[in-house]
Every structure is written in structure tokens, then in C-alpha cells.
Design a protein around this ligand. Sequence first.
Ligand code: ITT
Length: 191
Amino acid sequence: MKLKVITSNPGKVAEYARSFSELGIEMEHLRLPYDEIQTSDLSEVVSKGMDEIVSKGVRDFIVDDSGLFIDSLGGFPGVWSAYAQKTIGNRGILKLMDGAGNRGAEFRCCIGCDIAGERIIVTGICKGSITDSERGSEGFGFDPIFTHDGERTFAEIPIEEKNRISHRGNAIRLLTEELKKKGLAERSADP
Ligand code: ITT
């Protein structure tokens, strides 16, 4: 099976490349801009984006809309994560969190997959917390300020380990289960 991964984010490409090679799925990276509508629901963004991509004649692809949802900020930056990352960045997020007692947060990753004329949408979650400072040089985006185990940030662990526990890794596992149910994938995504 071959899937196009449609994203402008090289960090995501690296994670899909690793997971898909373990699953025996051939991957092609495609940069194809599509509109991301303003809504509070990641799966709606994905679904509308998929409509646009299919209308351009592209099939057998995945798109990924992700975000960081911080408890004490009422879920911000959430669906505005890309904008927050570009404007205030990790330092700005840490500033907003100054003195916050509750540092709980979760990453969510919604994958939309168009395959063999069918559509599958899944969402993976990873719970954790926001650190007091930026740490590590692996990964991308909010990885230096997010910890799942309360010790190391996502930027301090190798990509294979991040994929085993992350929102994106969990979404890929849910997607593979759906593909298997439809007889479209053979290998299991279990770690
Ligand atoms: P595409 O929409 O082109 O795929 P993007 O970077 O705009 O790329 P998103 O809208 O899904 O992707 O991501 C929102 C923001 O969240 C963006 O700044 C990402 O860098 C960040 N982000 C997404 N997944 C992440 C992860 O696994 N670790 C850290 N930051 C992440």
C-alpha cells in the first residue's frame, strides 16, 4: 500500500516515514496547500481539507491536523496551535503559564485518510504537562516544553520513543486498526 502524506511540516514527515516503514506502508511526501477552516474541532478541519484535496483529483493520501491543548489556558492554543507557534512561540506559552498551579496539557492529532475510495478519520491523544523551561533539540514545535513522563520532554527522546507514546503514534495505531478491518493493511502497529 502507498499513501501520500500531505503536510508542510518536515517534523511530521520524519515521524510518518519511521512509523510507515515499520508497518510496510510506502510513503510519498506531498506539499499541497489546503484551506484550514476556523473551527474548534480538529476533525472538522481535516474533513473539509480532505474535500478540497479530493476535488483536486488527489486520492490515497493522509492529512494531519494537530494541536496542544493546555488545561489552565482553557484548551489554548488548541486549534490555533500553528498560529501560536509562529507568533508567541514556546517562550510565549511558558510566559502565559507563569505561576500556573495546574500545568496539565494534552497533544491531539487528527489523521484523515483517503484510501481505496474510502475515508477514515481518527484522533490520537497524549496526556502530559508543560515544563518550566524549554529542553532538548529533537522533534519540532512544542516538543521542548511538553513532557509525557514528567521527566523528559518530547525534544529529549528519540523519534522511535516519541512514536511509541505520542498523539501521532496513537493516531497511526488507530488508523492501522481501521485499515486492517477493511483488509487494507497487513502488519499490526502494536509496539
Ligand atoms: P500542516 O498543517 O501543513 O501539516 P502544521 O505545522 O501547520 O503543518 P498543524 O496545524 O497540525 O501543522 O500543527 C499545529 C502546530 O502544532 C504546529 O506549530 C506544529 O509545529 C505543532 N505540532 C503539531 N504536532 C506536534 C508534535 O508532535 N510535537 C510538537 N509540536 C507539534
